[in-house]
Design a protein. Structure first.
Length: 263
């Protein structure tokens, strides 16, 4: 499982602030020594960088993560090779990256974890563009060229357009983060977008928390048993889902089950 950090940030945040290594070790100690392999690549190249994991003017980050890092892990860590045994996860910017790259590369990854990630790339030189949820120019400055060229490149990374051209029904996604975070509404929006496409979705918020490491750490603790089940390294008993779970409202034609956890 690849874990992506946010911006500002660096890969070490996953161990220093979220204690992902300790969480995984604790999970392994209760599951016969088995836990997901965790790989934490640098997605931005600098502490304040912001690439949104696209192939753009800041570098071919999508290619780096889905080819270079992916191939390195296969060659050096002896993982299972089937796509259903691979997952991407992240917080903030990294959450958007994990969701989007999984949708774009279903031949390699089948499960993702999006903790506080927005529903679309957010880099823009125009503050007004940033807040227009449906504006295709939101994030356009990640790419070179004029506005038409930028828009054409950006469309590759817009989830609501990806589901129109790609079969994502084999995917599974855990959405989480702080319930009081400004991005919480977008997390819900992303879950609702995918649910009608038969994606196996769990949506759980950490109440009383905003866009912060405590919320994401709590979410990772909650998610790792489910993630391990999806990666086929452990069972996830239905009893582990709280009795307070409620269904997300989705169109009647939706074939999948979406669960809202009150954590």
């Amino acid at each position: 499982m690849m874990l992506f950090h946010g911006t500002p940030g660096e890969p070490a945040a996953w161990t220093r602030s979220l204690e992902a290594d300790t969480i995984a070790d604790n999970y392994a100690s209760h599951h016969d020594g088995v836990a997901p392999i965790l790989v934490m690549p640098d997605i931005n190249g600098s502490f304040e960088g912001d690439t949104e994991c696209v192939d753009g003017r800041k570098g071919k980050v999508e290619t780096y993560l889905t080819q270079d890092v992916y191939n390195w892990a296969r060659e050096n860590l002896d993982p299972a090779l089937e796509p259903q045994r691979w997952a991407l996860g992240g917080y903030s910017e990294g959450g958007f990256c994990a969701m989007t790259l999984t949708m774009l590369h279903t031949d390699k990854f089948r499960t993702f974890m999006n903790l506080g990630g927005e529903i679309q790339a957010t880099l823009s030189q125009n503050p007004l563009d940033y807040y227009r949820q449906e504006d295709l120019f939101r994030g356009a400055d990640l790419f070179a060229g004029d506005r038409a060229q930028q828009r054409a490149q950006l469309e590759r990374y817009i989830p609501r357009l990806i589901v129109q051209r790609t079969d994502v029904s084999m995917l599974a996604g855990w959405f989480g983060g702080g319930a009081q975070a400004p991005e919480a509404a977008e997390v819900v929006q992303a879950a609702r977008l995918l649910c009608p496409h038969s994606v196996d979705i769990v949506l759980g918020f950490t109440h009383g928390q905003g866009h912060n490491f405590w919320a994401w750490k709590t979410a990772f603790v909650d998610a790792i048993p489910w993630l391990s089940s999806k990666l086929e390294i452990a069972d996830f008993p239905i009893d582990d889902i709280p009795a307070t779970a409620q269904s997300i409202e989705v169109p009647p034609a939706a074939a999948s089950t979406c669960t809202l956890l009150h954590i």
